[in-house]
Ligand binder design. Structure first.
Ligand code: AMP
Length: 331
């Protein structure tokens, strides 16, 4: 049995990228492994949410995790800020995380570009907090999307560095994980390569989207005039539609449109209609479950409390051992 950790920032509603990058893999693992799934609310502070938004977003993400199939009787589902031990490990790891390597991190460079007025130290040390989230449970597998590959490499660096510094093998190596051969990146509908919660309007399909909204978003997805010659390489926006179809439609549907594309007979209107239908079919049970549990505060409280207890157990054990390895001692 391995230890598995994954998390999602509480910065907005969950989308198909979150599902195929993280949740889907975790769902399959929760029955066989020691699994922790958390809501990353400390991480969300880098964007300075208001107190109400902070709380409502955490609640919404918890509802959507459960609706998407995470099972609180199998996995430990918890809120990051309920386990403050993670911040102690973050501090300790920060002492051996260097400015140069943090500044070279792709996600940091993207943030510098996107939000030049708010380049806070939390953004710079984001990979250190993420490493603490993972290694606090001594996880070896981390179901994440392709965008997190570099962060996982950094988590291994920090775990290794701790081990070397204190001449121990305390922390195991955590690896990004997906059941398919490669890590997944679900594209946006706006022609961009990544579906994300804070991208342009119309980029992402959220679990909570109404079928009419899904249809509108898919029908408006960026496409082009169609291929001019057989077997032509697909431009990015068209490849995006095919990638989305691969994730959500049946293989025969995907093959049908792939063949039509290669024969120059594709009609994007038909392809989008089919894609919208398949996405609606896929998300409807999740949406229904969101509506079933969203007002059941009693149930949500119970799940969060149970998760907190289990996660605290694991995290406080690690912190106790880490303190002793480092040399903190009571008089
Ligand atoms: P975030 O929403 O950025 O907090 O990401 C939470 C999890 O969802 C991480 O494991 C990401 O790798 C994954 N994820 C987010 N967007 C995508 C995407 N477009 N494709 C695949 N995985 C994604």
């Amino acid at each position: 049995m391995e230890t598995v950790v994954s998390g999602i920032r509480s910065t907005g509603n969950l989308h198909l990228g979150n599902y195929f990058g993280a949740i889907n893999n975790f769902k399959k693992m929760q029955y066989e492994h020691n699994c922790f799934f958390f809501i990353a609310d400390y991480h969300s502070l880098t964007t300075h949410p208001t107190p109400e938004d902070l709380h409502n977003n955490v609640k919404q993400v918890l509802i959507e995790y459960l609706a998407a199939g995470l099972d609180p009787d199998k996995a430990t589902i918890y809120i990051q800020s309920d386990v403050p031990e993670v911040t102690e490990l973050y501090l300790l790891l920060n002492m051996n995380a260097y400015k140069g390597e943090l500044e070279r991190c792709t996600s940091f460079k993207e943030k510098v570009h996107k939000q030049p007025d708010n380049i806070n130290a939390g953004l710079l040390t984001y990979p250190v907090l993420m490493a603490a989230d993972i290694i606090i449970h001594k996880a070896t597998k981390v179901p994440v999307g392709k965008d997190q590959e570099q962060h996982l490499e950094m988590a291994r660096t920090f775990a290794n560095r701790f081990n070397r510094l204190y001449k121990t093998e305390y922390f195991p190596q955590p690896y990004a994980f997906n059941f398919s051969e490669e890590l997944i990146k679900i594209p946006g509908l706006d022609g961009s390569t990544k579906m994300g919660k804070s991208e342009n309007e119309g980029n992402a399909i959220f679990f909570a989207d109404d079928p009419k909204v899904i249809e509108k978003k898919v029908m408006r997805a960026v496409s082009d005039q169609g291929p001019k010659e057989p077997n032509q390489e697909k431009p990015q926006a068209i490849q995006n539609l095919f990638n989305l179809m691969k994730a959500t439609s049946k293989p025969e549907t995907y093959n049908f449109f792939e063949e039509a594309y290669n024969n120059c007979q594709i009609r994007y209107g038909d392809m989008k209609k089919q894609l919208a239908k398949d996405i609606i079919e896929f998300t409807t049970p999740i949406r229904e479950r969101i509506n079933d549990i969203k007002n059941d505060n009693n149930y949500l409280q119970k799940v969060a409390k149970k998760g907190k207890e289990k996660a605290m157990d694991s995290a406080s054990n690690t912190i106790k051992e880490v303190r002793s390895i480092i040399g903190f001692k009571h008089f």
